[in-house]
Write a protein that binds this ligand. Structure first.
Ligand code: EPZ
Length: 418
């Protein structure tokens, strides 16, 4: 097991290029089994969630190889429709393998998916939508058995704009008989990326990015070489790191409108933000004002995946802030770790009441989930003295070479074997 050792207090300067979006790459891996032809996904970081998805595809009989920055997937020989519980427990994204497996094999068997410990994470929206497409579903012994001799297009309405359910429906309807009209769809940029990927394979999908997506079932899907959208959450993480530490940092590859509300909040904190094409530059003097209120919402609202990082920033800003987490029930588990550093944050249910302090003190910290772990790293970068961050397996799920990128900006961070 590794840990980070961080000497806080360094200002950050320089430019850093974002990786392909984790939350785009994962559904694209699932979509690659829809065709027997070769699929190449460009510039894919070997983050552990991608390695886990690759293993899931290999279990189905596909050949998956990481070649430089690209992943080459050949699923002509894929023949299995079952995914082992050990793999599905590790990864929430395994759930949208249901849509792909049903389209490819007309049956699927997966164990209830796992993922970060940030809430209950039910899959009722996924399963109800699949039933609308003609899927028979039985749940027994923690497994989900699905079967659909014929997938039929249908009108589907989601009670909540679930990202995963929207993606599962697109993957299950893409070759169904007839038209599927999905209303109440999630509008994240990664949904648009999945639409572009599938249409590049020969699908007929329109409306992604709005709350109404139309999917005209097609007979056949070809292979594709595709470059996914860059990671807006990684970009937000680096922008917040600079806001906390002070300095001037440019993040490259992400459109400003994908994190528009974050940029608005960072300006509210007192940071200067300049945007030019896919370059976003932030300047911070390191001593900022709290945001009065941060409330996570589905896209284009404030992203839940940046909630922890923004709480870490408000913890060392002047004044107070109320942070409300509307998407996941237990996404404040990192707060006790920040309070160990001298932060003054009180959590009540889905709200965190932050009273900003001058500066945090270095401490020994343990990451409990992906984005909470990233928030601890950011807090340590701005803290006085030395911190260590343990259990990096959570951070490795979504950030590739985080320490290398931070070091290139002037941070004093080392990754050492424990
Ligand atoms: C995706 O998770 C992302 N993961 C998450 O990123 C992200 O936080 C989330 O969307 C919200 O933006 C991937 O894309 C791999 P949801 P997903 O279905 O699809 C409820 C990260 O850190 N819900 O939009 O699981 C659910 O409980 C990860 O990169 C149901 O009630 O999110 C939650 O409250 C964490 N029933 C809300 O919807 C369902 O059937 C949002 O979930 C499905 C979801």
């Amino acid at each position: 097991m590794d840990k980070f050792i961080i000497d806080g207090g360094r200002r950050l300067y320089g430019s850093v290029r974002m990786q392909s979006a984790k939350n785009s790459v994962l559904p694209l891996f699932a979509a690659s089994v829809l065709t027997e032809k070769r699929v190449i996904i460009r510039e894919t970081p070997p983050i552990s969630d991608a390695l886990c998805m690759a293993q899931i595809l290999r279990e189905l009989g596909a050949e998956v190889s990481f070649r430089g920055n690209d992943v080459v997937i050949d699923s002509a020989n894929a023949c299995c429709h079952e995914i082992s519980s050990s793999l599905t427990k590790e990864l929430r994204s395994s759930v949208f393998m249901l849509g792909s497996l049903l389209t490819r094999f007309h049956k699927a068997l997966i164990a209830y998916p796992g993922g970060c410990d940030i809430g209950l994470r039910p899959i009722d929206l996924h399963l109800n939508a699949l039933k609308r497409l003609g899927v028979e579903i039985r749940e027994r012994d923690g497994c989900i058995y699905c079967r659909a001799d014929v997938l039929k297009g249908a009108d589907i309405s989601l009670d909540f704009p679930s990202v995963g359910a929207t993606e599962n429906i697109m993957l299950a309807a893409v070759k169904a008989k007839g038209r599927t009209l999905l209303s109440g769809a999630a509008k994240e940029p990664e949904i648009v990326d999945l639409q572009n990927f599938l249409n590049g394979m020969g699908a007929k999908i329109s409306g992604a990015g709005t709350d109404e997506i139309e999917i005209e079932g097609v007979e056949n899907l070809n292979g594709i070489t595709y470059k996914p959208v860059k990671d807006r959450i990684e970009a937000g993480t680096f922008l917040i790191a600079c806001a906390i530490c002070g300095g001037e940092v440019e993040v490259v590859g992400v459109k400003a409108e994908f994190i528009g509300i974050l940029l608005h909040k960072l300006r509210e904190n007192g940071c200067k933000i300049h945007v030019k094409n896919d370059k976003i530059v932030i300047e911070s003097n390191g001593r900022l004002k709290c945001n009065r209120r941060i409330e996570t919402m589905p896209f284009p609202g404030f992203p839940t995946d940046l909630q922890a990082q923004m709480t870490a920033l408000n913890a060392v800003s002047s004044g107070g802030a109320l942070v409300v987490e509307n998407l996941f029930e237990t996404r404040f588990k990192y707060v006790p770790e920040l309070n160990k550093m001298g932060a003054d944050i009180e959590v009540k249910g889905r709200s965190a009441f932050v009273r900003g302090v001058e500066r945090l003190r270095g401490a020994s910290l343990t990451a409990g989930d992906l984005r909470g772990g990233a928030a601890l790293v950011l807090a340590a970068l701005g803290a006085e003295g030395t911190s260590e961050v343990l259990d990096l397996s959570h951070i490795d799920r979504g950030y590739y070479d985080l320490q290398g990128k931070l070091k290139s900006l002037g941070a004093d961070i080392k990754r050492v074997r424990v």
